[in-house]
Design a protein around this ligand. Structure first.
Ligand SMILES: O=C(O)CCC(=O)C(=O)O
Length: 217
């Protein structure tokens, strides 16, 4: 497992938020945003929209959807895979949040998935963690990678409020702007579908190559 000296737990409640600033540099981020806006085909509807890679999650069964073929990770995604896990993720979701969009409070405790990471790109947004009456805001700064573990992952909800501005701790009002996130999920106990193993091996080989290159850089 690759060591990331800058991957540190935030000294806040909820515990278990592991964080790395500048997981990608600003130039790399600009290339990604240009690709997202000019080359990818997005669902044509307002609000938060998503593209899935790897397995597709079925929100009815809370499991992977066996009807949707495994979608290989595109080349641009390879260097963005968290190098701290022993194998590449099984499901990756690229989401676009136009200004004012959010995601309702939820816990990613779906049985099939184990690890959860999220990379933020574009404009910052405040994420709110909630447990009972407790509320904690975490500023999702662009280019940061966050891993949710322990309490933050299982015992607090997290969400992004639908609003046009965020209020910072010092009272500053910060307008929302275009934001993208990439979330990464790993199936518990590894891949479960026959027939995709060959594809998955090639994904693993590519990911390992990317990790090797990023370590050598
Ligand atoms: O956009 C994000 O940073 C987080 C998204 C999220 O909470 C999720 O996909 O479960």
């Amino acid at each position: 497992m690759a060591q990331r000296p800058n991957f540190k737990e935030l000294p806040i409640k909820p515990s278990g938020i592991i964080w790395e600033d500048d997981f990608v540099d600003a130039e790399h981020e600009q290339r990604l945003l240009s690709l997202f806006t000019k080359e990818l085909e997005w669902p044509d509807r307002p609000g938060r929209i998503s593209l899935h890679y790897g397995y597709t999650f079925d929100y009815k069964t809370f499991d992977i959807d066996p009807e949707i073929p495994y979608k290989e990770f595109p080349e641009w995604l390879q260097p963005l895979i968290p190098p701290t896990e022993t194998r590449p993720p099984d499901q990756v979701c690229l989401q676009y949040y136009p200004p004012g969009a959010g995601i309702p409070p939820h816990v990613d405790a779906h049985a099939p998935y184990d690890q959860l990471y999220a990379l933020s790109l574009g404009a910052p947004a405040m994420m709110q963690f909630r447990r009972g009456e407790e509320r904690v805001e975490v500023d999702l700064m662009p280019r940061s990678m966050m891993q949710m573990t322990g309490d933050s992952r299982l015992h607090w909800t997290h969400g992004i409020k639908k609003r046009k501005n965020d209020t910072l701790p010092d009272g500053t009002i910060r307008p929302r702007a275009d934001r993208w996130s990439i979330t990464y999920r790993w199936l518990r106990g590894g891949s479960r579908r026959n027939g995709v193993e060959k594809e998955k091996r090639s994904v693993k080989a590519l990911a390992e190559k990317a990790i090797g290159e990023s370590q050598g850089a």
